[in-house]
Design a protein around this ligand. Structure first.
Ligand code: IMP
Length: 183
């Protein structure tokens, strides 16, 4: 994997992402302005670029932690059965928490992670996803904040991979498969 040739068409530019993150950060600052120290939890690995840009726009006291949940493996299909592969390092009981996700697709990952973290009794738990594919939803769920709603396309870049590739693209691009050359 990837077993076929594919090209990547730009869907959301780096500039558009940066502008949207400024708006989102303004809303998040308003929501958490009285919070002592916000715990920002990035879901590995797809959110690592987004969380880095987001926390630098927040201008709030924050702690950063990471959680890894299984999702796609190396393919393009959600596994639906979500497992926690790497847990938080810190405690969240009684704390305000913001979970940062790259994409909400079927919704299984964020639903599972939210339930898991709620069992640790945070004071407040909010969620943010850079991208949302509402057409693919299997679980009734919406992140507290969403960067962009996108159609049902497989995307890469800005931290998001296809079989561990393309995470380092500065923009969000759509994967388009090319017909094998029969000549
Ligand atoms: P869900 O559990 O189906 O909502 O899937 C969430 C996870 O699947 C995301 O955090 C991504 O890691 C992965 N994912 C969903 N859509 C895409 C995509 O278009 N490209 C790459 N990964 C994706």
């Amino acid at each position: 994997m990837p077993h076929q040739n594919y090209v990547i068409d730009e869907m959301i530019s780096a500039k558009a992402i940066a502008a949207r993150i400024e708006d989102l950060a303004r809303e998040i600052r308003k929501e958490f302005k009285t919070t002592d120290k916000l715990v920002v939890v990035g879901l590995l690995r797809g959110s690592f670029v987004f969380i880095a840009d987001l926390v630098r726009e927040l201008d709030l006291p924050v702690e950063v932690d990471f959680l890894e949940a299984s999702s796609y493996g190396d393919g393009m299909e959600s596994s639906r059965e979500v497992r926690i592969l790497k847990d938080l390092r810190g405690q969240i009981e009684g704390r305000d928490v913001l979970v940062v996700e790259d994409i909400v697709d079927t919704g299984h990952t964020l639903a599972h992670v939210t339930k898991y973290l709620m069992s640790r009794k945070p004071a407040r738990l909010k969620t943010i996803a850079l991208l949302d594919k509402p057409a693919r939803r299997e679980v009734d769920l919406k992140a507290s904040w969403t960067g962009f709603e996108i159609p049902d396309e497989f995307v890469v870049g800005y931290g998001i991979d296809f079989a561990q590739r393309n995470r380092n693209l500065p923009f969000i691009g759509k994967v388009r498969f090319e017909e094998p050359d029969k000549s």
